[in-house]
Write a protein that binds this ligand. Structure first.
Ligand code: DC
Length: 228
């Protein structure tokens, strides 16, 4: 039997991490943990309170809330304290506030603790910003997935317009660049490539090509670990 690994996929917003991670996890029979969805869930929970931005309140919510993933055929359903938030956490109001929430130290501590519990048994593919650097610094395989800002904006534009949303490509590009800046410059666990991560630029690759590449890497690793 092959050993089930811990795989970390980090990278900036819109690089295709979640689409690819979902495909790879499905193909390999691994659990997929979307850690961005966890920070979005905290943001959603806080917005429900209608309170003004308050780090202590947000930290307390993050420490108490239970986040669950229930994978289904094409969606990874997300639940917060038993309430489904799969779609709610993708709304603009959440997206606009999530970087600020993700920069709060105790929020990150609470999420990292949950993420480590979810991944400790292996057979897990986790995507985010700090998985290879902070959450699982000893992950069996680390990928830093990126693409140019222009390409990432184009992909998000296509995704949103297909859902019927009306948006401007230039504005989207600015928002992505702004989010990159906030995520890379924050004090705690900024977005950065782990030294031992493999840099994969997907600008000129299709989703299927990137997924196939990662699957091959995982299978090679599984065999190496198995034969040792
Ligand atoms: O991947 P995403 O766009 O759903 O992530 C939402 C936000 O959460 C984004 O601003 C970065 C932040 N995030 C983080 O700080 N650490 C993670 N491991 C995952 C996401």
């Amino acid at each position: 039997m092959n050993k089930k690994l811990v795989i970390a996929i980090d990278g900036p917003a819109g690089a295709g991490k979640s689409t690819i991670a979902k495909l790879v996890a499905e193909k390999l029979g691994y659990a997929y943990i979307d850690t961005g969805a966890m920070y979005r869930s905290v943001t959603w929970k806080f917005l429900q309170t209608k309170a003004a931005f308050d780090e202590q309140l947000i930290s307390e919510l993050a420490e108490r809330m239970v986040i669950e993933f229930r994978p289904e055929a094409s969606v990874n359903r997300v639940f917060v304290d038993g309430v489904e938030v799969t779609e709610a956490i993708r709304k603009a109001e959440v997206t606009c506030n999530v970087s600020k929430v993700a920069a709060i130290g105790p929020v990150r501590e609470a999420m990292v603790a949950q993420q480590r519990r979810m991944g400790e048994a292996g057979g897990v593919l986790m995507d985010g910003r700090d998985i290879g650097t902070v959450v699982f610094p000893h992950a069996d395989l680390k990928i830093f997935l990126t693409a140019t800002v222009e390409e990432r904006a184009r992909r998000r534009y296509k995704e949103l317009t297909e859902k019927g949303e009306i948006i401007d490509l230039a504005t989207l590009q600015q928002e992505i660049a702004q989010r990159d800046k906030q995520d890379s410059e924050r004090e705690i666990s900024p977005l950065r490539q782990a030294e031992d991560a493999l840099l994969l630029d997907s600008s000129d690759m299709t989703i299927a090509e990137v997924a196939a590449f990662i699957i091959r890497l995982v299978q090679e690793k599984e065999n190496v670990l198995c034969n040792n």
